[in-house]
Design a protein around this ligand. Sequence first.
Ligand code: ZN
Length: 327
Amino acid sequence: MKIKVLGSAAGGGLPQWNCSCANCVAARSVASGRGVRVRRRTQTQVAISIDDRTWTLLNCSPDLRAQIEATPEFHSQSHDGSRHSPITGAVLTGADIDCVLGLLHLRERQPLEIYSTSIVREIIRDNSIFRMLEQRPEQSKWTVFEADGRFEIASKNGNGGVVCRAVATGGDLPCYVGRKSTSSNDNAVVGLMLEGSERFAFLPGVREISDELLSELEGCDLLLIDGTFWSDDELIRIQGRGRTAREMGHLPVSGATGSIERLRGLRCPRKIFIHMNNTNPMLNEEGEEYRQVLDAGWEIAQDGMEFVLSQEELEGQRARSHAELKR
Ligand SMILES: [Zn+2]
């Protein structure tokens, strides 16, 4: 399984258009060559492939068009001038704008397989702008799943592929919907467990890590998980108002009940935070928070990261991880 991180920031990216927080100011200064403390990041986008020819997107970022152009494997490969895309499908973990806006970049009558929970499909289909995805009958093929349901996504010449399973992560409906989830198990937000010969967990929005979720993550080969906020009151402190991280559906990274503590005993060779909000202080590579994350055995995703999950590669990673633990 090959995994590409095309974007790693939360909504707004880094820098965000209307923000002058310390990170956004530092990221803008990178362009002028005045420093490299905070890397620029586009909005979170991940893609997977098992044959290097076709790709399945995990969510559809608002930055998708630029991300496709920045990634040669995703360019149209037609030799006769006809339309073609190596992107064959997209799995959605929620209906948040960060997760679905990029679908509109894929609207050019190009066939696309879309996978989501039923409530996410309902929200998208209720919104008339997304009818551009259904201009002709065979344009969008929608597969609905619920938590714990299994479905196959990327395949190799049609012969078996990656089995995807959704896991509950406790999030609510996006605020533009104008109503709350009516039930905690309506699957408004899910994480994805992708299983070929290896296991990859992708959970960009996690409000809580239940004991069930913790046992799902145990022993996975690669984890990309919600790193949106460092602390619960991060936005309130910067803006002087607003909602807490948890109220927005994101378990903070730090603190006694944060994700680093909650996942401290997790056996996984590569634990990586993704979907960082531009205000998150751990993005400052000269800062104390950045050091704490690395010292706890975590990595922080960057645009352009790539992983090849193969048994050989993983054994090497495990050996390195064990050697570090023994030190
Ligand atoms: Zn900012």
